[in-house]
Ligand binder design. Structure first.
Ligand code: TXA
Ligand code: MG
Length: 321
């Protein structure tokens, strides 16, 4: 992990170029959005996305929101729809995130979506966020720029309080105006409110011309959405179809082996035992092994650093279903 000093950058053209170059090199850059400061990484770079989870100290892999500069960019990654278009016209750029089916050939790291086949995407309205997205010319995955379990940062000082020394840079452009995360609407395909946030449900319903569904278990849970999954559940939803056996030193019978460190498998998470590299490969390798149709054995992964999040996911994958 990067433990050198975190640079504080301003918003002049030179500093934006520096921030963009850092993102391009796979480093982490915190940046302001109208909602909260985000911890950004190139969403196509699995190692960089894994480093987000390491810097935040997240004990599990939650799918992340990808930030793009406009609707045309969004259409490169997700299957667009008339409803998406209507909501984007009404609320983008702004504090609304849309969850849509991933498009073939999207090129994003599977760690961004935690292996799901949908993507959360938004166009922020903050001019510095947009300037950075243009300069970096890549989709930027960004959760809130705070350590796991701490409150979301609405200033560069908050970001540095939690992440100084763990990220390459923070772009300081003062306090966030909304100060609350984006509203998340699932469109797969019926509109459903997955997280309340900066855009009100009333304004969404006005734009849609009808009421929104709510996930089951939600206080406003609507019966018509009974078979749609809430984000917390969705976040833990991807699991291989195959049977998964953990802490395996070798494959047995028909199994394919997912290796780590000294234990070389059919696919190996990291031959050198690097947990960030292992996290970067986790979902891609699980998907690939699952396609063989054979049971999957997984080598032991240490319970330190990103190993906690990897083991959390593997334990869920191995749980009886
Ligand atoms: O305002 C915001 O949305 C901020 C700024 C930085 O843009 N970002 C943010 O990201 O709040 P984060 O990682 O803290 O929250 C992402 C949320 C999680 O609750 C996650 O479960 C949900 O988005 N999410 C991401 N991808 C999803 C998907 N494919 N399906 C359902 N929920 C998803
Ligand atoms: Mg957060």
């Amino acid at each position: 992990m990067n433990t050198s000093a975190t640079q504080t950058l301003g918003t002049n053209a030179k500093d934006l170029r520096t921030a963009a170059a850092l993102l391009g090199a796979g480093a982490l850059v915190a940046f302001p959005t109208e909602t909260v400061y985000g911890l950004g990484a190139d969403a196509r770079n699995a190692q960089a996305v894994a480093a987000i989870y390491a810097a935040k100290g997240r004990p599990s892999f939650n799918p992340l929101i990808v930030h793009v500069s406009d609707v045309e960019q969004a259409k490169r990654y997700v299957q667009w729809s008339d409803t998406a278009d209507g909501l984007a016209r009404a609320f983008w750029p702004g504090a609304l995130t849309l969850v849509l089916p991933l498009k073939d050939g999207h090129g994003l790291s599977a760690l961004v979506t935690a292996g799901l086949d949908t993507l959360a995407i938004r166009v922020p309205s903050h001019p510095t966020a947009i300037a950075l997205l243009h300069a970096a010319d890549c989709p930027v995955a960004a959760p809130s720029a705070n350590p796991s379990g701490r409150i979301s940062p609405t200033s560069a000082a908050h970001v540095l309080d939690g992440l100084s020394g763990k990220i390459a840079a923070v772009l300081d452009d003062g306090p966030c105006t909304v100060g609350l995360e984006s509203t998340i609407v699932g469109l797969t395909p019926a509109p459903i409110l997955l997280r309340a946030g900066g855009v009100s449900a009333e304004d969404l319903e006005t734009a849609l011309g009808h009421s929104l569904g709510h996930p089951p278990g939600h206080p406003l849970g609507a019966p018509q959405s009974a078979n749609i999954t809430a984000p917390g559940q969705l976040a833990s939803h991807y699991a291989p179809a195959a049977h998964v056996r953990l802490n395996a030193r070798a494959a047995r019978g028909d199994e394919v082996l997912l290796g780590f460190g000294d234990i070389a498998g059919d696919l190996t998470l990291s031959a050198t035992g690097d947990l960030i590299e292992a996290a970067a490969h986790l979902f891609e390798h699980l998907h690939a092994l699952d396609k063989t149709g054979r049971p999957i054995a997984v080598a032991p992964i240490p319970d330190t650093g990103l190993g906690l999040a990897i083991n959390d996911r593997l334990t869920r994958a191995a749980a009886p279903r």
